[in-house]
Write a protein that binds this ligand. Structure first.
Ligand code: TRP
Length: 446
């Protein structure tokens, strides 16, 4: 049990790691398509409000608990609970979080595996290996299993190396690369014919939709998924932040980075879809909506790249590299949740826990690959639509109703001695106590 805990060595390291967790398939895939199919900028508007009004407060709850307890999710929640019942609740919530995030990783790895396969496709074509390229883009159980396993091996490798030499080191390399690749792609795609029409579909608001409950439910789900909330990911990352760090500020920066990259990704995906339309690629589904599911990334965009001629190859490589990086900095944050628990609570060596838990999750992923139709949607829905918001609600309850208010203040004060007189302390406690739980419940029962 005496394993020393890791810590991020700088604010930059923490920001890259936690924005790496936040920025993932949810931003580059989920956000743009959700926006396009929910009234364009009206959705963006609702999303911005929900992120700051609901998701940011919950993110802060996780970061504060984590940094205070300097421990994994289960131990941390228990350490802020004094009564017998609340400690039991802490155990249940902490464990449900660990199980939920493990299942999230199991489906996330399947999709990430597709991204790696599609990354190798243009490379294979570049080297004239057309047979291999065809195999790489054909949705088959063997291909999917191999790439799920490859993706999980890389995830396990990074997590085995620890907080500083694994998570921080890789996030600090990968996140800046991601931002550069994304910017280059956006600039390039915006020069293509048809791009402005896509920009219009993305940004012109249809405000008649703003009170639509479906829009609000989608926006909240998107916000929770995108900020990796409810399952202890941000709690564990928070536990590795230095005590000198000003939590409300770094939490705000993580939220801003997450939103910024999502908005930017929309300026890539939607214009790219309309460029594809101009090139004769089908971008609408049978109901007349934009194709948003797996088809978007693994058929519409590759079809676009292949109509682009020679430039299509580097563009495809860059795009799927972007997707792979986004997936990887998220998947490591998911695996860290059960691993931190295993290391600290069971006293097992990090490498071993990472290997064992990672292998179990890989098996669950393979189960999904082999039974895709019945399992994939089921796991996605159960984890992200049911478990995650409910767990977020419990995090609010822990911070606002179980933990002592003074302890919270003391914790934040360590990195921000003026916090008591600032705006954060005037608003956040009320928010997390009443507004967030109520809003989550209302949206949940929609
Ligand atoms: N936020 C990531 C995305 O947008 C995914 C993610 C990472 C996640 N860790 C999580 C989602 C924990 C839910 C819970 O793709």
């Amino acid at each position: 049990m005496s394993t020393p805990r890791g810590e991020f060595t700088s604010r930059f390291g923490f920001l890259m790691a936690s924005s790496g967790s936040a920025v993932g398939l949810g931003n580059i895939w989920g956000f743009p398509t959700n926006t396009a199919s929910n009234g364009g900028a009206a959705f963006l508007f609702a999303y911005l409000i929900l992120v700051f009004a609901l998701a940011y407060p919950v993110l802060m709850a996780e970061l504060i608990i984590g940094r205070h307890a300097q421990a994994n999710a289960v131990t941390a929640l228990q350490s802020i609970s004094s009564g017998k019942k609340s400690r039991l609740l802490a155990l249940v919530v902490g464990f449900t979080g660990i199980i939920t995030v493990s299942f999230i990783l199991s489906f996330y790895a399947v999709v990430s595996g597709w991204m790696i396969a599609h990354f190798f496709d243009p490379l294979a074509r570049l080297f004239g290996m057309d047979g291999l390229a065809q195999w790489l883009t054909r949705d088959a159980v063997v291909r999917n299993s191999l790439f799920v396993a490859l993706f999980m091996v890389i995830t396990i490798y990074i997590i085995s190396a620890g907080v500083k030499d694994g998570i921080e080191k890789w996030a600090s390399r990968l996140m800046p690369s991601l931002i550069i690749i994304l910017l280059l792609l956006v600039f390039y795609v915006l020069t293509l014919p048809g791009a402005s029409e896509g920009l219009r579909a993305y940004l012109v608001p249809d405000f008649s939709r703003i009170t639509d409950p479906a829009l609000l439910v989608n926006a909240m789900g998107q916000a929770f998924f995108s900020l990796s909330l409810g399952v202890g990911t941000m709690l564990v990352y928070g536990s590795y932040i230095s005590k000198q760090e000003n939590l409300p500020v770094v939490g705000g920066l993580v939220a801003l980075l997450d939103i910024g990259i999502a908005v930017l990704a929309g300026m890539l995906i939607l214009p790219a879809m309309y460029v594809a339309l101009g090139n004769g690629v089908e971008i609408f589904d049978a109901d007349g909506g934009l194709i948003a599911g797996p088809g978007l990334i693994i058929s519409v965009l590759p079809a676009l790249f292949s109509t682009m001629g020679a430039i299509g190859i580097p563009v495809a490589i860059a795009f799927f590299l972007l997707m792979t990086i986004a997936s990887l900095t998220s998947s490591i944050s998911m695996l860290e949740v059960p691993v931190a628990y295993g290391v600290e609570h069971l006293g097992v060596e990090r490498r071993k826990v990472a290997m064992i838990v990672g292998t179990v999750i890989t098996f669950i992923s393979l189960l999904i690959v082999f039974n895709f139709d019945p399992l994939f949607d089921l796991v996605v829905t159960a984890t992200t639509e049911y478990s995650q918001p409910l767990l977020g609600l419990f995090f609010c309850i822990f911070v606002a109703w179980i933990w002592r208010r003074n302890d919270i203040l003391e914790e934040i004060k360590q990195g921000n001695s003026q916090v008591e007189s600032g705006i954060f302390w005037k608003i956040w406690p009320v928010y997390i106590k009443f507004v967030c739980p109520l809003a989550i419940l209302i949206v949940y029962f929609q």
